[in-house]
Every structure is written in structure tokens, then in C-alpha cells.
Design a protein around this ligand. Sequence first.
Ligand code: GTP
Ligand code: MG
Length: 192
Amino acid sequence: MIDVQFHSSVFNLKGAPKTGFPEICISGRSNVGKSSMINCLTKRKRSLAKTSQTPGKTRSLNYFLLDGKYYLVDLPGYGYAKVSKSQRADLRSLTDSYLNGRDELTGIIQLIDSRHGPVSGDTIMLDWINQWGGNALYVFTKTDKLSARSRAAMERTYNKEFGLENIVMFSANTGMGAEKIWSWIHKTIVKY
Ligand code: GTP
Ligand code: MG
């Protein structure tokens, strides 16, 4: 059993932990299921990470300490239309400073809605990940909303685009794919 604790909400990179532990961040559009994935992986029913009917809720970098030796970092979701311009600029600069300035960043889990595949807002992130060139896992969320048939078809498409070993078909509702995500996390942390 993995010990998971909420560590802190960080609104400015200066407030990030100074332990030097490796970090894996979780990125994706608002509402794609980032917080739900964290709750599913950590098997918390009473949510550790706040999920929402109202998108755009995560306004900070949310740090979770795992096994007392590394962090999962829930990034603010992007692409939510109802967030004000100035708020969006703030979130953008927080995320940019994290991605480009955080030495502890060891891996990225990029979430994409399995029903649609990458959409406009995802392009910037996907380009950034390619340039960065580090460990990335592409998690396709909400697969419980697809029929078995279209799930298989989408999986073939994503395999071609991202490579079989880099993708996970996931559902926070059923837990499908959770083990593959954990084994990727462990591999990434061990390499650090
Ligand atoms: P922000 O914090 O706004 O960036 O959103 P988020 O990416 O953290 O999304 P969140 O986990 O809050 O989920 C958004 C909505 O999608 C919630 O209503 C969840 O219950 C729902 N949801 C998340 N994952 C799944 C899933 O695997 N299956 C289904 N059916 N619904 C899901
Ligand atoms: Mg969230």
C-alpha cells in the first residue's frame, strides 16, 4: 500500500517544496479528469484531490507526497472558457514557470479525453513535451464512456500516434489502466 498525503497548494514556484524529491506532474485540459485520476490511483473515495462539476477549480500546483519520497503535482487545467483573461494569464505563467523552471520535474502524465483525442488546447502541451524530450505518459481518460468497440478503435489510433508503451486507456470510474500508470510512475522514479 502506498502512503499518500496531500502536501501543499503552491501559488508561486518560490513556495514549492525544497526537499529535492523527484516530481511527476499531471497535465491536461480542465475537466479531463486529473484530480479524479489522483483519487483513483490513491484509492481514496473521500477525495484527496478536489474534483468538480465546475471546471477550472484547480488554481494552484497541488502537491501530493507519495511514500515520503516523491511528489505527484496536479497542474491547473487549461482551456476553460469561463476563466477570466487575467486569471488565465496567471495560471499560464504559473504552469510555464513550473514546466520550464523546475529541476525536480522527472516525468509528465498528460491526460487526454479518450473520446476526442487531442484537441486544440492540447497542442501547446504536446509540442512542449516533444521539445522537452523527457519521460511522458499519455493517459486517455473516461474510457468507461466509450463502447468496447470504439474503445478498441481509439486505442489503435493512439497506439499509432504515441506508441504502445506510452499510452494508457484509463477510467477513474472502473480503475481500468490504473496498474499501468503505477508501473510507469515506479519506473520513472527509479530512473531518477
Ligand atoms: P480541473 O481541476 O478543473 O482542471 O479538472 P480535472 O481535470 O481535475 O477534472 P476532475 O477530476 O475534476 O473531473 C471532471 C469531471 O469528470 C468530474 O465530474 C468527474 O466525476 C468526471 N470524470 C473524471 N474522470 C472520469 C472517468 O474516468 N469516467 C467518468 N465517467 N467521469 C469522469
Ligand atoms: Mg482538478
